[in-house]
Design a protein around this ligand. Sequence first.
Ligand code: UDP
Ligand code: MG
Length: 313
Amino acid sequence: MNAPDLSVIVPVFNEEAVVPEFARVLVETLTPTGLTFETIFVNDGSSDGTAQRLESLRRGDARMKVIEFSRNFGHQSAMTAGLRAAKGRACVIMDADLQDPPALLVTMVEKWREGYDVVYAVRRSREGNGLQKVTAALFYRTLRALAGVDIPPDTGDFRLMARRVVDVLNAFPERNRFLRGLVSWIGFRQIGVSFDRPPRAAGETKFSMWKMVRFALDGLTAFSRVPLRLVTMAGVMAFLASGGVLAWALWVRLFTDRSVQGWTSLIAIILLLGGAQLLALGVIGEYIAHIFDEAKDRPTYIIRRFWGNEKDS
Ligand code: UDP
Ligand code: MG
């Protein structure tokens, strides 16, 4: 069994506009390095011409494998499927839209050869508008402060992982796969290499605002119990405070002859506590949702078709 040096895993969702160009640049970049490699495209339920593009590319390149999902299962699931199918001594995950420049692979491989187990790409400059930059920065800072695992800021999923790291990841049973968090959590020798992230080569971003919010919530609650603990603390404080207020109200009622006003403060307290309770229920619900997902034990994705070598069936 001769494993290739490198497996390049590429999740694609409606990327007909960029896939052929990406595949061309990738092969052009890797060929001169003399590395043996395979590419694994995971078609995450595309509804455009992506499948046909992949099919014709695969006919011209035996090193290419294609995993077709039965529907859109999301970026994290696509990466997971790719990692499970990969045979390489190192695996790289990258986007198909050329925002993760294939040229950086050369540097990543160098670092791997120096003995690093994980080489992650750090974005020196971030594309996107001001709001995206601020929310992304905020998310990474929060995650870092709350999660207890040190997820390097300004990194995406573009990274190289040595075989032993991939084996550890593949053995993880959890369904909520916040991959960049898991990789940081695993440890080993990790290093970052920085690059300037170019804009998308063609097409639109496949992440809606809603998808990003869900992703952020999943990541945060998968790696941190702090939100739950904050809810508990807020509850304790509210309980103590209401005890104090109750004592005060009783004292006013029993020992003074001040008239009953207080309607405004009553409404304010009801609204505040009601809001806090709903928020608390929401946070707890997030965690219960995770427990629910894990307990169902349903697969993370369903493969409709796998085109690989005869050997891997
Ligand atoms: N992607 C995917 N499934 C999805 C959404 C995105 O496989 O549900 C792929 C997409 O085709 C691309 C990569 O994930 O190769 C990153 O997506 P995109 O470039 O749209 O994200 P952005 O760079 O805007 O954060
Ligand atoms: Mg992109």
